[in-house]
Design a protein around this ligand. Structure first.
Ligand code: NOJ
Length: 437
């Protein structure tokens, strides 16, 4: 019990999913602003022009987080609010907005954390090829430098890239997320540049003393469908792609291309010194895990040579996200990532469950209770877990799924913009006040 009391609790949100004010005060368009305008990309045909209107209601939202008893408020910066053209002259109104958010957090006693990149590249940079263009490394470096210069006097915890595999896999390989690009060439070039950019961003932030700088890793438990050699190998390939690719190059282990051979093509994009430049000895890793996937060998699927066996085909209930909700992944991934050397401080930097609008919110409480059990187990094993950030505070724009999945502990009436604590928020408030006793 004592160890669980030592954990910090917070909440995570992201700019495009919450801010709205998509063209206000000089903000430029991001790839998500343009992607959501294309037909049939978003399930409910929605966009985040208004989203939860965090831009105008951040004080109310931060107050709600404080009222629940949360200690950390993680938000992301919209790059195109700071640099409407992606690079060049910073927009003072953009800087001012985040200063207001940070200062308000400090005023009401909640610790602000910044995510520098949560998938919303400025469209102007996408027009130049986005992450497939090697210049993205210097664009990102200039952006992170500005963020550091303006905000690092008050923000101590920084997450560089949020879930590299999801934004590169969804945006540059499968085309289901912005900017909607497809194919192995787009994927591996953008992945290489994103990782180099992240390592560069790490160095830039670490020039300033006292900062804790990390990355947020998407972790999906992968299992073979049948007990066959072919399915086991398929599971190893997909696991490598999903759970190792965005970590191991930073540890100096190179790309895990033995276990996922298509990655060998990355070498086409190497420049001298890249393998060294990829190294980044992060102060912490943010683990983010939601789902389990079961895969089987499929020779006809290019590069992956594997296909997912959907939950319903395995007699497992599918969540509104189309995935199998898997709170057990918390324990599994914390234990797994604790084995890497050098050992990292670990945070659950996102953790939550998607329910449909008709599902009972009691399920969210049960989900978090299982997560707490998982955290207790790893703490008993002396794993260096520091805390948990919930995904998320208020129901928001869930990318290609629009507003259909409900991840919030607070509901939003999108007509009146009224926020209302769900029973999970009330449960959490009680839980947090009890563990502080
Ligand atoms: C991870 C992403 O960081 C976040 O933006 C998303 O909403 C959640 N997963 C839920 O899918």
């Amino acid at each position: 019990m004592n160890k669980i009391r030592s954990l910090k609790w917070g909440v995570a949100i992201a700019a495009y999913q919450t801010e709205g004010a998509y063209n206000k005060d000089g903000k430029g368009l991001s790839i998500w602003d343009t992607f959501t305008q294309k037909p049939y990309r978003i399930k409910d045909r929605s966009n985040a022009k208004i989203a939860t209107d965090f831009y105008h209601r951040f004080e109310e939202d931060i107050d709600l987080a404080v009222d629940i008893g949360l200690q950390i408020f993680r938000f992301s910066v919209s790059w195109s609010r700071i640099f409407p053209n992606g690079t060049g002259v910073a927009n003072p109104k953009g800087i001012e907005f985040y200063n207001k958010v940070i200062n308000y957090c400090l005023k009401v006693g909640i610790e602000p954390w910044i995510t520098t990149y949560h998938w919303d590249l400025p469209q102007k940079l996408q027009d130049k090829g986005g992450w497939t263009n090697r210049d993205s490394i210097s664009w990102y470096a200039a952006y992170v430098t500005i963020l550091r210069n303006h905000f690092a006097d008050r923000v101590k915890h920084w997450i560089l890239i949020n879930e590299g595999i999801v934004c590169m896999g969804g945006g540059y390989f499968l085309g289901v997320h912005a900017p909607g690009k497809r194919g192995i060439r787009n994927f591996i070039s953008s992945t290489h540049h994103l990782l180099l950019a992240q390592a560069e961003g790490f160095k830039i932030l670490k020039k300033r003393e006292g900062l804790q700088v990390g990355t947020a890793i998407s972790c999906t438990k992968i299992e073979p469908y049948r007990n066959t050699n072919a399915d086991h190998k398929a599971a190893i390939r997909i696991d490598t792609l999903m759970n190792r690719l965005f970590i191991e190059p930073h540890l100096g282990l190179g790309y895990p291309d033995n276990d996922f051979p298509a990655l060998k093509r990355i070498s086409k994009f190497y420049k001298k010194g890249d393998i060294e430049a990829l190294k980044a000895d992060f102060d912490f890793w943010g683990i983010q895990t939601y789902a389990r996937e079961v895969v089987k060998a499929a020779w006809y699927i290019p590069y992956l040579r594997a296909i997912q066996v959907k939950p319903e085909k395995r007699n497992v209930k599918t969540s509104v996200m189309g995935w199998e909700t898997y709170p057990e992944g918390v324990q599994y991934f914390l234990e797994r990532f604790a084995k890497y050397s050098p050992k990292k401080t670990l945070w659950l930097s996102e953790c939550g469950v998607a329910l449909s609008k008709n599902e009972d919110d009691q399920k969210r409480i049960e989900y978090y209770q299982k997560v707490i059990e998982g955290m207790k187990t790893v703490l008993d094993k002396n794993i260096n877990l520091k805390g948990i950030l919930l995904w998320t505070l208020i129901d928001n724009f869930e990318w290609a799924e629009g507003y259909i999945p409900k991840f919030g502990i607070i509901s939003l009436d999108r007509k009146t913009m009224h926020r209302k604590m769900k029973i999970s928020a009330l449960w959490l408030k009680k839980y947090l006040s009890n563990i502080k006793l």
